[in-house]
Design a protein around this ligand. Structure first.
Ligand code: PHE
Length: 416
């Protein structure tokens, strides 16, 4: 048996070059130069057409001499493609021209054997190569029948979402930083100018560690500076006006936000600098449809002489827009460590509702000065699960952690 070579296939589809040449010449004579623009392989075409005595060339001009009634080789190509036989002479002609090639005998035999079966369920390489599939009685398929659902392994939706957030900040030129879940009160609160009698520092808001209960602060100078800021303020402010206790600052907590990660980083950076962190935080909170005692925060800072409040809003808008939320608004907010402060909210079209997403502001000098930073520092801490909830149209935030509902993992689609 024989099959078409690549060239043979091409000529079957596009016509033999000599055939194409004659079609062109029927419209009028032409020169070899012009021909180059009108067709592929003009040399091959001229050669073959001449051999058959179909054309003549006079003073560089080509014209029809004797128009053929049919093109035998074109018919041969068609026959081969249909799996029909050719005469010995015709076969040799095409073989010599490189338009067909022999199929290995064992392959032909295999294909023929497969063909003996009453019904063919699968197309095999042998049937395809020999073209014998055209003669096969192939089993019919109902292509509209619903297939069995497959649930291949994939990332948890939250992991996917966290990676997306990281990608967005990396794209915006931020450097990533990590911290630990267990943090000293010093870094979680005091370094953030949160007074020691602040309600957030009480047992019902914060998880304190029993064992070990405390940690020692190594940087005595820094502790002194923070103590002074709390007690007396700086050149422009009066501080909180109480006796700051180092003992209180030593108490270990499960971090209640990721702000200590970026605040620690303030000691290292040399503005301009942009840092972000994505991580788990812990709050002694009652679980309900929109509250989790553990959730993920997206933290970020931009420290530069050149930045201002408008830039802060710009960064937040840009972030949310990259996450697929076009409408963002800002409500005035309050945090002990920022001034001015805002709470960004995004608009959820389907629900015609604004959803609160976290906090942001410019760090107060009472935070940045003890860390040795003089430039303004924009800062934010944003909730992640609530955003993911909206993308997935979930009614209950507990779905992510407590429901263990496999269908969430199987069906979840986040198109960002
Ligand atoms: N830490 C704040 C929170 O957890 C968010 C925040 C971060 C606010 C940075 C201002 C600046 O709600």
């Amino acid at each position: 048996m024989y099959k078409l070579t690549e060239e043979g296939k091409k000529y079957l589809d596009e016509g033999l070059p000599e055939k194409n040449l004659l079609e062109i010449l029927k419209k009028g004579k032409t020169t070899t130069e012009e021909l180059k623009e009108k067709m592929q392989n003009p040399a091959v075409a001229i050669n073959w057409a001449r051999k058959q005595g179909w054309i003549k060339i006079k003073q560089g001009e080509i014209q029809v001499d004797k128009e053929p009634k049919e093109y035998p080789q074109q018919i041969s190509l068609q026959k081969i493609s249909k799996g029909e036989d050719l005469t010995k002479q015709k076969t040799e002609e095409l073989l010599k021209r490189g338009l067909i090639e022999e199929i290995r005998e064992d392959i032909v035999k295999q294909a023929q054997k497969q063909l003996e079966k009453e019904k063919i369920n699968n197309l095999t390489p042998e049937l395809i190569q020999t073209g014998l599939w055209k003669k096969a009685n192939i089993k019919k398929y109902n292509i509209e029948a619903v297939g069995k659902k497959k649930y291949p392994g994939k990332k948890h939706v939250l992991s996917y979402y966290i990676e997306k957030v990281r990608k967005v900040f990396l794209e915006m030129g931020f450097e990533e930083e990590e911290g630990s879940y267990v943090e000293s009160s010093f870094w979680n609160f005091d370094a953030l100018y949160t007074p020691q009698d602040h309600p957030a520092r009480e047992m019902h808001d914060t998880f304190f560690l029993k064992k070990p209960r405390k940690t020692k602060m190594k940087n005595k100078e820094l502790v002194k500076r923070v103590k002074k800021i709390h007690e007396q303020g700086n050149n422009e402010s009066k501080g909180w006006g109480y006796n700051w206790s180092e003992e209180e600052a030593q108490k270990l907590v499960m971090r209640t936000h990721t702000t200590p990660v970026t605040v620690r980083k303030l000691q290292e950076i040399e503005p301009p600098a942009k840092v972000f962190s994505v991580g788990r935080v812990f709050r002694n909170e009652t679980l309900d449809y929109s509250h989790l005692p553990e959730f993920t925060q997206i933290e970020g800072i931009v420290a530069s002489e050149k930045v201002n409040f408008k830039n802060l809003l710009g960064y937040l808008k840009e972030f949310y827009s990259k996450m697929g939320f076009e409408e963002v608004r800002f409500r005035p907010g309050y945090f002990p460590y920022t001034e001015m402060s805002v709470e960004p909210e995004v608009y959820v079209k389907e629900k015609d509702e604004w959803l609160e997403l976290g906090g942001a502001g410019i760090f107060r000098p009472e935070v940045t000065e003890p860390m040795g930073i003089k430039e303004p520092v924009l800062a934010w801490g944003l909730g992640l699960e609530r955003l993911a909830m909206m993308h997935l149209d979930l009614k209950d935030i507990r779905n992510f952690y407590y429901k263990n509902d496999l269908s969430l993992l199987r069906e979840a689609k986040i198109n960002i």
